[in-house]
Write a protein that binds this ligand. Structure first.
Ligand code: HEM
Length: 541
């Protein structure tokens, strides 16, 4: 008879739980095996799909270009003080569309009229982003300004504000008095220094900064204000702008090799943060002053561009609300964009004329005929001064302030000149090379203003052979102001004075080298001696 083994319930429980444990272990082991088989299968499938995709993907037809090195890409080819000249040499080898690598980033460079049109017109909207670089992050409120903000409603609204409110013809007319007053102040100062060598660069920079400081902030921060305690001295103000400019033009290693960014090998990030903070303190101070001025005033009429921005920040109907940071960022853009560029261009114009003094005669003949010697040139006269106009255009052809414009970023995959340009590629237009293209310009390296006489080429973004302000959606927002300041300055500097090189300096000795940076100025500041051309009473305006 079978006997039923009687076991104690506790023992039974232990035995059964042990079984459960054992069986669970078996199940887990099986599961683990199944999982690893599954993982292996999954990996294999992914590998096969990737390989298949790789093999079957149509091979990208990328533009030609030099073979990049690991890590640095082609940065070695652009090393040196004049990268735009290195780039020009590369274009001669690889052609009007080429691809380089800045560290790990692909950069496509268009260097012909056709490529400029393909980038700035045909593919304008698809290339309307800007790459995110350190200067935009640390000096302009995390890309909140116009120049570095991404394509989208915020940037679109900023442009609309510029077009409709800040640089509208009506507003530019309203601010003409400021421009005239500051230009006349410079002409008076030059009259006093007649016969002595003057530093043209310093004088033109002071003019630009005074004009922009008054137009944007309503006050000339470049001169001492006797009545008030200053937030910063004119010297500090100028140094702050210079530093902002310099840092917006540098090639920070981290912008090309992002994993090196945290090391800040060149020390630029530290300086960017410092100048960003300094500027912020200054803008906070000016904003408070402006708000104080508007407080309680019914139907307040804006006196300057910051006032206009503040008024708009109260507008509930704006598509994107303008907050305090946006007002500060846009203000900064207007100051930075408007300052160096016109001074640098005016200096180049005078240097080119001093190199070829025969053009002074022709310019003066035009000024005497159209204006006469009993008045100064006004902005409205410029249309009647084709040779002065031609001098300005020729200067901008040979000395574009931004040799590659400001880089754009592909928002989607596109084609340029039959080549594939994948989304995320940085795209630059090489206006420096286009300005020297022998297939467009006769004697391209010579300064010959007369090449523009009788031609309808302008600088407003319609003629892709001459693009000192860019073209398309991202074209310079302040070009109309910049152009007015350059033309009026060049015209009156020629009208008011005879120019010569200092002492016995010959035209051959005049150095015409440039420095690459945000504004590509003359390497050695221009020094000249001036003699008045007009009756003495004309200088006491
Ligand atoms: C001689 C005078 C000037 C020159 C040569 C100049 C040149 C340029 C260039 C080449 C660009 C880039 C265009 C592109 O990427 O296609 C630009 C953009 C810009 N400029 Fe100017 N500029 C001048 C004056 C001004 C003035 C007076 C202001 C404002 C007060 C200004 C504000 C700006 C701004 C905000 C942008 C960025 C536009 C955007 O990204 O949407 N510029 N400028």
């Amino acid at each position: 008879m079978p006997t039923i083994k009687k076991t104690c319930p506790i023992k039974r429980l232990i035995t059964s739980s042990a079984w459960i444990t054992a069986s669970t272990q078996i199940t887990l082991t099986t599961l683990k095996m199944e999982l690893s088989t599954f993982a292996a299968l999954l990996l294999a499938t992914v590998a096969v799909i990737t390989l298949f995709r790789h093999l079957t993907r149509p091979k990208l037809n990328l533009p030609p270009g030099p073979k990049p090195w690991p890590i640095i890409g082609n940065l070695n080819l652009l090393a040196g003080p004049l990268p735009h000249r290195n780039m020009h040499a590369l274009v001669q080898k690889y052609g009007p569309i080429m691809q380089l690598k800045f560290g790990s980033y692909p950069v496509v460079v268009g260097s012909s009229v056709e490529m400029a049109e393909a980038v700035l017109k045909t593919n304008d909207v698809k290339l309307a982003d800007r790459p995110k670089i350190a200067a935009g992050k640390y000096t302009t409120y995390n890309y909140s300004n116009i120049t570095w903000s991404q394509y989208g409603p915020y940037w679109r609204q900023a442009r609309k504000i510029c077009l409709m409110e800040i640089f509208s013809p009506k507003r530019l007319d309203q601010f003409e008095t400021v421009r005239v007053q500051e230009l006349h102040a410079l002409l008076r100062k030059l009259f006093v220094s007649a016969g002595k060598p003057i530093n043209a660069r310093d004088n033109f920079s002071d003019l630009s900064l005074s004009v922009i400081s008054r137009l944007v902030l309503g006050k000339n921060y470049t001169v001492k204000d006797g009545n008030q305690k200053e937030y910063m001295s004119p010297k500090e103000f100028k140094e702050m702008i210079d530093e902002l400019f310099l840092l917006n033009g540098v090639l920070d290693i981290g912008d090309s090799i992002p994993w090196l960014a945290f090391l800040d090998l060149q020390g630029y990030i530290k300086r960017m943060k410092a100048v960003g903070q300094l500027f912020d303190g200054f803008l906070e101070h000016t904003l408070n002053e402006h708000q104080q001025r508007r407080k309680g005033v019914k139907n307040y009429v804006p006196q300057d561009m910051m006032d206009i921005l503040l008024q708009l920040s109260d507008d509930p109907n704006l598509e994107v609300q303008l907050d305090r940071t946006a007002v500060k960022a846009f203000t900064m853009d207007l100051i930075a964009g408007g300052t160096e560029s016109s001074a640098v261009t005016t200096e180049w114009a005078m240097a080119e004329l001093l190199k070829k003094p025969e053009y002074f005669k022709r310019a003066n003949e035009e000024l005497d005929r159209v204006i006469g010697r009993d008045r100064w040139v006004e902005e409205k006269d410029i249309v009647n001064l084709p040779f002065i106009n031609a001098i300005c255009k020729e200067t901008m052809r040979l000395h574009p302030v931004s040799p590659f414009l400001v880089p754009r970023l592909a928002r989607e995959d596109i084609q340029l000149g039959g080549y594939d340009i994948p989304k995320g590629t940085r795209v630059m237009v090489n206006v420096w090379t286009i300005g020297r293209d022998a297939s467009i310009w006769e004697k391209p390296h010579e300064f010959c203003p007369e090449r523009f006489i009788g031609k309808s080429i302008d600088v407003k973004g319609h003629n892709f052979e001459l693009l000192p302000f860019g073209a398309g959606r991202r074209m310079c927002v302040g070009y109309s102001l910049g152009l007015k300041v350059i033309q009026a300055s060049v015209a009156n500097l020629l009208h008011g004075f005879k120019w010569k090189l200092p002492g016995d300096m010959t035209t051959e000795e005049l150095n015409m080298q440039e420095i690459f940076g945000l504004s590509t100025p003359k390497q050695i500041p221009l020094v000249a001696e001036l003699e008045p051309r007009l009756p003495a009473h004309m200088y006491s305006m």
